[in-house]
Design a protein around this ligand. Sequence first.
Ligand code: GRG
Length: 272
Amino acid sequence: MRAVDLVINERLTSEVPLVKEVSQYIISAGGKRLRPALLLLVSGALGSNHPHRHTLAAVVEFIHTATLLHDDVVDESTLRRGRATANERFGNAPSVLVGDFLYSRAFQMMVDVNNMRVMQVLSDATNVIAEGEVQQLVNMHDPSLDEAAYLRVIRSKTAKLFEASARLAPILAGAPTEVESACAVYGQALGTAFQVIDDVLDYEGDAQELGKNLGDDLREGKVTLPIICALKKASPEQQQLLQAAIIEGDVEHMDAIQNIIRETGALEAARS
Ligand code: GRG
């Protein structure tokens, strides 16, 4: 990953100091670099060490970082990677605009790679990510949201970039299209599982953490998979309480709602 971080730092150039400051702030905050790792691992599995692999690994991390900057503004989040979000530290406008900078820098780097299929896959992926986020917005406060609708959103907003990361390696290596398709299926499945577990882990801490994360999601009207599973197993009275909380973003009965999540085994159901 050092080689990828080297490219990332090389390409974070700007004549505008605030661009560098905000980009460095989020990029150096200790992200896991999962998408670059996936691209490099698939490259390795294919026995390919194409010279552009580190550039594309940096590209997917820039796109991921741009989406995080925008997402934190949309969600009005205050914590990211264990520290204040960029919007909390610098304000919404610098966060959105530096997100735009990282996104367009990623496209400049893609052009350097000079491979039309790479451009196709990444432009398609970013389009789908944005659509997924808009769909999530439309789904807010809807208690009738089911597992299929939840999966449609996370396949777009999260899994699509995992899918693109996994399929870029065979594209660079010039592998047959069946290999590219198999890698795409793998990346999509990995990304979907990753988002499900991310949502479950949010509710798995102690009572205080469950209360905070569940309260935040309900306030924002986010209907996560554990909430959908809880609704399915809840008694009619519990369903009524939970539905009202989803519709109104009402977190008045937090203790009772936390109990519904526990009593219905919603976290175990979501995991399976
Ligand atoms: C800029 C094209 C464009 C679109 C913006 C706001 C938005 C549209 C998309 C947000 C998508 C999003 C944030 C999905 C969640 C993905 C997710 C689970 C992020 C956390 O990933 P980790 O754990 O993060 O890999 P680290 O911090 O390790 O990098």
